[in-house]
Ligand binder design. Structure first.
Ligand code: FPP
Length: 256
């Protein structure tokens, strides 16, 4: 049933490299892009497919977007693949999403490594099946030298629970209240050594954060599109990045 996922994440050479005429070099592309990959289910309904096939199509699209990311100069991608709230979905769908991740770590590690991708995980590993958790840790270690693109997979991730775990660890470390700063708390997040996301893309037209990187996204720019995730292609990705390049990021200050 899940064999179709085996081909996902192989950076197929069939797509042409970026045509700089079609996609002019971006002036200052975002370093870190977060993506809320929404709309797989609605894409499936609209195309007469099962939800599972929708997630399959979403995974194929992720493979393409990873490749475009390196073409466009994005260095870090954080994808929201399974939220702490997604456990409420029907067990079959939950199992399907677990299997997708397992297939990625079972079958795609050589490809990822060859393409300079460094895998990282954001979220609670201890709530996952121990075998899957172990495979994720192995994948992180196996790809740790990757220099082209860091792929943070937010899986069993929730922004609020991330903050709670950070506070608990602060307390276990007996950090006195006066020593607690934004910078220090940032180091207790799953993203400890990563820069905050510059741009967050949300597909399928919903205007909410859905508990995604709520600490880190304080000054992120947002790009929201009605396009369903499996249809979010190269041209629109470029559009989102070009749009970001035009934004005036003031971080609460003012220019001039
Ligand atoms: C939201 O669409 C999507 C998800 C909950 C899962 C996203 C996962 C993938 C694209 C697979 C990639 C995963 C890994 C582990 C690499 P939805 O199902 O909520 O869509 P709907 O709102 O239209 O029903």
């Amino acid at each position: 049933m899940f064999d179709a996922f085996k081909s996902s994440f192989n950076f197929s050479k069939s797509e042409p490299k970026v045509d700089l005429g079609e996609y002019p070099l971006l002036d200052h592309p975002p370093h870190h892009v977060g993506i809320i990959m929404d709309g797989n289910g609605r894409w499936a309904t609209a195309n007469g497919k099962t939800r599972f096939q929708g997630h399959q199509a979403g995974t194929e699209n992720l493979r393409r977007v990873m490749e475009h990311s390196t073409d466009f100069g994005v260095k870090m991608l954080t994808i929201y693949a399974f939220s702490t709230e997604n456990w409420k979905r029907p067990p079959l769908e939950v199992r399907g999403l677990m299997k997708i991740l397992e297939n990625v770590v079972d079958n795609e590690l050589e490809n990822l490594k060859r393409n300079g991708v460094q895998l990282r995980h954001l979220g609670q590993l201890d709530k996952l099946e121990p075998v899957l958790a172990k495979k994720i840790l192995y994948a992180i270690d196996f790809t740790k030298e990757g220099q082209k693109l860091v792929l943070n997979i937010a899986f069993n991730y929730g922004g609020r629970s991330e903050i709670i775990q950070a506070i608990k660890r602060l307390m276990l470390d007996k950090i006195p209240p006066e020593a607690v700063t934004e910078e220090l708390l940032s180091h207790y997040m799953y993203t400890a050594d990563s820069p905050d996301p510059d741009l967050i893309i949300r597909t399928s037209g919903e205007f909410r954060t859905s508990n995604f990187m709520i600490w880190q996204a304080a000054y992120a720019e947002y790009y929201i599109t009605p396009t369903y995730w499996p249809d979010f292609g190269k041209a629109e990705y470029y559009q989102a990045l070009a749009d970001y390049c035009k934004r005036d990021r003031r971080y609460g200050g003012r220019n001039g």
